[in-house]
Design a protein around this ligand. Structure first.
Ligand SMILES: O=C(O)CCC(=O)C(=O)O
Ligand SMILES: [Fe+2]
Length: 366
């Protein structure tokens, strides 16, 4: 609980004043602050009180090698089995030999950092929280909507790469080519992962693709500046993703943690790997068989930390497809646990609620 003391200031006005600089968290770091503003302060003890950060050898995010996935049925079945285990037990796994060239991964990380390190006047021209626009830049999508206690130590750009590929001119030069190239690879890897997830449920490989799950791709280019007081705040609050699943590329900084059996487990950077995490839509469509795990990012004295979140979702774009628990997975013993939803409906609720530490899935439970 937040103490009265920590609220004895006008949080709204301070958030607004910070927001109106349009310079983001990086602007504070550039101004060489040594103490972070109060709006970033977590309630005392919030980082450590709930769940212990354990480094247990039993708790390691599964690493799955995709080499051989297209080679023969036996190799593929072995990979599907690992994907099934990871999706059910963890909701998170790392993939190696995923087919995206290292040079493409380096180029997009570089592009994201270049954009955030551009002149602030250029970045201001993209500043917005309107998620119907092709390319926007901001910090804290939920700066005003969240009932969460603290603002996150992160700046982000968000860009729709599908269903309609953006006009190259709509993308900033700093990351234009890198985004276009990386998105192509992400779409193709995403298609393969949807196949493997279908097979893991003993459904036809094309099931998710036929349900248009591969239609939308929203990419976030995240920049976590170095933080002078990392024990007081978070890079990103605890949340589960508003997606079918997410492909995450992180640099070597570390700080991403997943909540597993009530413990925060580090998703340790693995050079060249991609992190896959199941999102809320797949948890609801599989009637809780797959798990949309909660995760967070710690702030760090060192930085910046760069990551790219590729969300399979049409998010706030018009999309009338209705989703819900998949009929083939249901039975008398396993009745639907969720009502039907559209992606836009879910995303609207997600953005309005903000990252307040609770899951929106409970609102869709029958
Ligand atoms: O930056 C990261 O490692 C995680 C980002 C994330 O969880 C998200 O964008 O939803
Ligand atoms: Fe996330």
């Amino acid at each position: 609980m937040m103490t009265k003391n920590s609220r004895e200031f006008d949080s709204y006005s301070e958030r607004k004043a910070f927001d109106e600089t349009k310079a983001g968290v990086k602007g504070l770091v550039d101004a060489q602050i040594t103490e972070i503003p109060r709006i970033f302060h977590l309630p005392p003890g919030a980082l450590t009180e709930k769940k212990p950060s354990v480094l247990s050898p039993d708790f390691k995010i599964p690493i799955i090698d995709f080499a051989g996935v297209q080679v023969d049925a036996v190799s593929r079945e072995a990979i599907v089995e690992k994907v099934r285990y990871a999706a059910e037990k963890w909701g998170f796994f790392q993939v190696i030999n995923h087919g995206v060239p290292l040079s493409v991964l380096e180029k997009i990380k570089d592009g994201v950092s270049r954009f955030h390190e551009e002149d602030v006047e250029l970045k201001k021209s993209y500043f917005s929280r309107d998620f119907t626009k092709t390319f926007i830049y901001h910090n804290n999508f939920d700066l005003y909507s969240s009932s969460s206690s603290a603002v996150n130590w992160r700046d982000t750009f968000a860009c729709y790469m599908a269903p309609d590929p953006p006009n190259p001119e709509e993308l900033p030069l700093a990351c234009r080519d890198a985004l276009i190239e990386y998105a192509k690879h992400v779409m193709s890897l995403g298609g393969l992962i949807f196949e493997l997830l279908s097979e893991a449920l003993s459904l036809n490989s094309e099931t998710f693709k036929r349900m248009h799950c591969l239609k939308g791709l929203l990419m976030l280019g995240n920049y976590y500046p170095p933080c002078p007081q990392p024990d007081l705040t978070l890079g990103l609050s605890k949340h589960s993703d508003n997606t079918f699943f997410t492909i995450l590329l992180q640099d070597q900084s570390g700080g991403l943690q997943v909540l597993h059996q009530d413990c925060w487990v580090d998703v340790s950077p693995l050079p060249g790997a991609l992190v896959i995490n199941i999102g809320d839509f797949l948890q609801m469509m599989t009637n809780d068989k797959f798990k949309s795990a909660e995760h967070r990012v710690l702030a760090n004295r060192k930085g910046p930390r760069i990551s790219i979140s590729s969300f399979f979702s049409t998010s706030m774009l018009p999309n009338s497809t209705v989703y819900g628990p998949i009929k083939e997975l249901l039975s008398e013993e396993n009745p639907p646990k969720y009502r039907d939803f559209t992606i836009k409906e879910y995303s609207t609720g997600y953005i309005e609620k903000g990252l307040d530490g609770t899951s929106l899935m409970s609102h869709f439970r029958i």
